[in-house]
Design a protein around this ligand. Sequence first.
Ligand SMILES: C[S@@+](CC[C@H](N)C(=O)[O-])C[C@H]1O[C@@H](n2cnc3c(N)ncnc32)[C@H](O)[C@@H]1O
Ligand SMILES: [Zn+2]
Length: 492
Amino acid sequence: MPGRTIFTGDNLDILRGINSECVDLIYLDPPFNSNRTYAAPLDSEARGAEFDDVWTLSDMKAEWIDEIEYRLPALFHLINGAKLSHGESMAGYLTFMSVRLLELHRVLKATGSIYLHCDDTAVHYLKSVMDAVFGIQNFQVGIFWKRTSAHNDSRGFGRVTDTILFYSRQSRINTDAIRVPLDADYVEQFYRFEDERGKYQLGDLTAPRRGTGETGQLWRGFDPNRTGRQWNAPLRGRYAAWVDANVIPGYRDIASPLGRLDALDAAGMIYYPPDQGMPRLKRYLAENPGQVPTNQWNDIRPIGPRARERTGWRTQKPVALLERIINASSNPGDLVLDPFCGCATACIAAEKLGREWIGIDRLPQAAEVLAARARRELQIPMNGDDERPWEDWTPLVLQEPPRRSDLASLTPANPQSDKELLYACQNRRCAGCEYELPLHVLTIDHITPRSRGGQDSIGNLQLMCHTCNAIKGNRGMEYLRQQLVIRGIVSV
Ligand SMILES: C[S@@+](CC[C@H](N)C(=O)[O-])C[C@H]1O[C@@H](n2cnc3c(N)ncnc32)[C@H](O)[C@@H]1O
Ligand SMILES: [Zn+2]
């Protein structure tokens, strides 16, 4: 799948054409079921960009319902529950989202991560849908992003946050890539001292157990052995490296423990308590790499009226928000997908961070805005500008859905027409369980497996559902039929 591509069209058609398990990170910011229409101002870069966030039961297309019921029965029941408890509009919205989330699950790598951005209109239902599709055990955290600073809602609690649901099989994120300065409260509580190098806290210069050699000797009149301890001026670790690089060049080359104490003292890095207690090490705030953000993100500001990144797209998100997500859950070179990309914020952030990306939006303006943003925010000239050749950075703008190349390594003519032919021959049914199913949920299977000499020719191919395919594996049809009976999927 080529990166740096923006598709303009319905994301469902496009997702169906993307190979399975090829995406590292998905961010999606779909319509929220807000019952509103969003239109960009006429004088903005995004003029003409307009989308409805209004849902009805007509969004529950019969073929989608069939597909959901077939692929994930729990999800089907969940949507029916929402229809009863909330109403038809919610059921329509969840149906629209569910078929797309099933495809997103298919294209995401097993090691990948997905972040779903929403607000509290539907977050509770979306959480259940995500649990069903991505697995409740893979739910990492709900992030609350403070999207606006003030809200004058005199009649109730002001709604200032969006929720971002984060799922991944791996709980680890790239913490060092997203650290932020320590909380002011924390600094105030723990960094209570200050000198000309800035704020610091006190650290130990001794370690447990009496010292026998140099580490047990008297230094500046202080005896560590008196309290059963020994000198331990840091030699390894982050703080020693910082001291070496910023305060005492060559510090880590001083082998003698007392020599290191002398050097620290000469540099003013030792604190002598007024009560004559043991000397302490000054640990400066300047060395602290900051903290990993909690799940409450108040530090990413909404886009200001005059911000360079502002496009006029009503639902535009800040690049900094996407940068944090991309840094946390992907590495340079990884593929990032945003299936509701709007004015391409995720694409811009991914490009800045050296990731490959695919953006999809129904509106053709998405591609135009991307080009304008790239020129302005990434300083990338587009066609017609001549400072740098256009070929340096050529995003693909495509309207046609891609074609999956992983369906089957078919040598004959054209996999898609073979599929359609087989589908017609099989009366739209799975060759195993014989359930009538939509074409896109059926995959090509070799009747006699290739591992047993089966050919790629059309005579040896059939279409089967995922369940039958998984049961059959690389065995024959006889085995599959027996298993379907044993499991009660078909009767004898
Ligand atoms: C909330 S906005 C996304 C904003 C985006 N995060 C940004 O920073 O600009 C949702 C977007 O989804 C698009 N959209 C809605 N339904 C779609 C569909 N079926 N396929 C593709 N895009 C769709 C809308 O055109 C809209 O731009
Ligand atoms: Zn089947």
